[in-house]
Design a protein around this ligand. Structure first.
Ligand SMILES: NC(=O)c1ccc[n+]([C@@H]2O[C@H](COP(=O)([O-])OP(=O)(O)OC[C@H]3O[C@@H](n4cnc5c(N)ncnc54)[C@H](O)[C@@H]3O)[C@@H](O)[C@H]2O)c1
Length: 326
């Protein structure tokens, strides 16, 4: 029975991954400081004999070493996440997203960890003007004077570190660049668009679209994503490589707002808010973000395929269940 460390395991994706690994008969150790994660995300697994949850920060070297002791594989998901949080606190972003990744890679070398998954992000592509982004594309980050780019840049440095540790020490690292992942347990507090729209629609409150809503995104269900992560990490050909992980079905944010209103049967109106009111005067967004997921599909024989309506229906049902139990 392999033992897996999941950093950020009380978070949105991390809790689903933890559930998935337990279902595959792994022992799982979670390290999470509950800064954006929530105890409730793993509450239903509290009594699971193969799960151990540690509350602590990845920036605490002792806590990190103890959590990584004797594990077979590491899934490194803990990070300062969310466009809003990152724009508000760039120092925290850099401290959380860079140094601990290197510490963890060192621990992986010392502990002879067999597999290491690094959660990266589509944000590393920055403002790349391409129609579909492939893993070998150039990165088009904005200027350092704009804190928004600190997130993508910090994750790009993580990727360099991971690939360097693969090259120099043979750490079996797989880098996964997540594109918008959505599903039950995701919360809207940190600027995530789908939970924010669903929350508003279920209250018949205005659904607030930033700018004109012409931004293009692709949304994938978290259940499909964690399956891809586990399959990729276990795959013998994934070490030392970078993979886009997400849906390749584009939708505009305005269309997303309309679909959320229609699927919830809401009376909500759509309101438009300029970026400088939503964030700050120097905020820049990415207009189009569509991945090429051919490499993922060729490697594990699968890519996320649920339709937007299927995904929204699942999130809406989950949210309605929560509201009913309050
Ligand atoms: N959700 C997405 O669409 C998306 C897209 C791209 C990349 N990602 C990446 O996926 C990973 C998981 O993101 P998520 O969406 O589940 O967000 P999340 O905020 O729910 O998960 C992050 C988790 O890390 C924990 N954490 C943060 N700082 C920590 C610290 N110092 N020590 C210990 N734990 C800490 C948080 O408490 C939280 O549980 C992140 O690395 C993120 O960058 C997510």
């Amino acid at each position: 029975m392999p033992t897996s460390l999941v950093t950020g395991g009380s978070g949105f994706i991390g809790s689903h991954l933890t559930e998935h690994l337990l279902a595959r008969d792994h022992r799982v150790v979670v390290l999470d400081d509950l800064s954006t994660g929530r105890v409730e995300n793993l509450a239903h697994l509290r009594e699971h004999p193969n799960l151990s949850v540690r509350q602590g920060s990845i920036t605490d070297h002792v806590a990190l070493s103890e959590a990584a002791h004797n594990v077979d594989e590491i899934y490194h998901l803990a990070a300062a996440v969310g466009v809003k949080l990152v724009a508000d606190d760039p120092v925290r972003t850099i401290e959380t997203n860079i140094y601990p990744t290197e510490q963890l890679l060192r621990l992986a070398v010392q502990g002879k960890v067999k597999r290491f998954f690094l959660a990266s992000t589509s944000e590393v592509y920055g403002k790349n003007p391409g129609e579909r982004w492939t893993e070998e594309d150039d990165l088009h980050l904005g200027p350092t004077s704009r804190p928004r780019w600190a997130y993508g840049c910090s994750k790009a440095i993580d990727e360099f570190l991971a690939l360097a540790y693969h090259q120099k020490y043979g750490v079996n690292v797989t880098v996964g660049r997540f594109f918008n992942v959505v599903g039950p347990r995701q919360v809207g507090n940190y600027g995530m668009v789908v939970p924010r729209f669903v929350d508003a629609a279920l209250k018949n409150a205005p659904v607030v679209v930033y700018d004109d809503g012409s931004q293009i995104r692709c949304f994938a269900h978290v259940h499909e994503i964690v399956q891809c992560v586990a399959d990729l990490t276990a795959h013998p050909q994934s070490g030392g490589r970078v993979f886009n992980i997400g849906s390749d079905q584009p939708v505009s944010i305005l269309e997303l707002a309309e679909r959320v209103i229609s699927r919830t049967g809401s009376q909500s109106e759509i309101q438009f808010l300029p970026y400088n009111k939503a964030y700050s005067d120097d905020f820049e967004d990415v207009q189009r973000r569509v991945p090429c997921v051919d490499l993922l599909g060729q490697t594990i024989g699968r890519k996320p395929s649920r339709t937007l309506d299927q995904i929204l229906d699942d999130i809406i049902a989950w949210k309605r269940g929560l509201l009913a139990s309050e």
